[in-house]
Design a protein around this ligand. Structure first.
Ligand code: TRP
Length: 335
């Protein structure tokens, strides 16, 4: 059987939270252990520049995200784990793809359209605060993906369009020149739940309702106690399907334990008790990784060495690819 190449990037603008863990990191690390797949995971630090102008935050986030993936046991002998900005061929490919990507295609990107719409609703000029980085974001993402001929791209729903655009750009390039790129496909994990945050909306940094993944034990307990619930008293049946506490439980518990908790809800478990059990469950899954994480955060030299080694491996692929691309478009030595 042929090896399947899987690739995904993580934008370095925040601290990993339980939603990232359940929705993206845990499934990615599990999938990377598959003998028949080859995983490319990277810190999308150039993408971070599009939405963040705080250099300290980008540096801190890069460190936290790298430490998180390593602490959770990513096998860096098997998976290729690197930082986008360590692969100069990606920037070069970005430009070359800019010359194949239709502006009209970029006009349709959701993130760009949302920015324009917000401006119009505010009665402002449509282009206010819209940078070329935001506008051409999908081209950089296409460069990330096409560089490594990746087949499967695990992403959240909001990124499906970008992967389709990468496909479009690849097709157009192949048509204009020669068949250099294979066509990627987005994969959305249907049961990799979109976790709710402490206020019941989707857990997201932009809603300020996240529970960071590696909070110290005490703070984790506090954060779980703060999850919003209704006011039903102990003994009164509670609807599990309308509860963030239950949803979080289901994201961490086995099938049997989930069924048990469902019954406890119907039997009227007290919120305090449900939260106490939830804390214990999450804490036990994360405790060892949290110790690793704390050690790694105190050893940035090790994280850096791992990333540089990953970049070295990635560049064996990107170096070869950029030669093909240059040749295809007519850039290179006079002969
Ligand atoms: N844009 C993605 C996000 O915000 C991150 C990303 C950058 C990415 N390059 C990528 C994801 C390539 C998959 C493939 O989530």
């Amino acid at each position: 059987m042929a090896m399947q190449r899987v690739l995904t990037g993580i934008t370095t603008t925040g601290t990993p939270h339980l939603g990232n863990y359940v929705g993206a990191i845990r499934p990615a690390i599990l999938a990377s252990r598959d003998e028949l797949s080859e995983s490319f995971f990277f810190l999308a630090d150039y993408h971070a520049l599009i939405k963040c102008r705080d250099p300290a935050l980008i540096r801190q986030s890069s460190k936290e995200i790298a430490a998180t993936w390593l602490a959770l046991g990513l096998d860096i002998e098997k998976a290729i784990f690197y930082r986008q900005s360590d692969i100069p061929e990606i920037s070069e490919l970005n430009w070359i793809l800019c010359c194949s990507a239709a502006k009209g295609l970029m006009n349709r990107a959701h993130a760009y359209k949302a920015a324009v719409q917000a401006n119009e609703e505010a009665g402002e000029d449509a282009d206010i605060a819209v940078t070329m980085g935001l506008f051409s974001y999908p081209v950089l993402m296409a460069a990330d993906i096409l560089m490594f001929n990746a087949a499967k791209i695990p992403v959240g729903r909001d990124q499906i369009q970008h992967v389709e655009m990468a496909r479009d750009i690849a097709q157009r390039f192949n048509h204009n020149f020669t068949d250099v790129f294979s066509l990627p496909e987005a994969v959305v994990d249907e049961d990799g739940a979109v976790l709710q945050g402490t206020d019941g909306r989707k857990m997201s940094k932009s809603y300020n309702n996240t529970i960071p993944l590696f909070l110290a034990e005490k703070s984790l307990r506090k954060a779980i106690n703060k999850i919003r619930t209704n006011l039903l008293e102990p003994g009164v049946p509670k609807d599990p399907d309308d509860s963030t506490v239950f949803q979080l439980w289901a994201a961490f518990a086995s099938v049997e334990e989930t069924a048990r908790m469902r019954n406890e809800f119907q039997a009227g478990i007290a919120w305090g008790e449900a939260k106490k059990q939830l804390f214990e469950l999450i804490n036990s899954e994360l405790a060892d990784a949290r110790d690793n994480y704390m050690r790694l955060m105190d050893d940035p030299g090790h994280i850096e060495a791992v990333l540089l080694q990953g970049a070295q491996r990635a560049r064996q692929y990107s170096g070869e690819m950029i030669c093909k691309v240059r040749e295809a478009v007519g850039i290179g030595a006079i002969r």
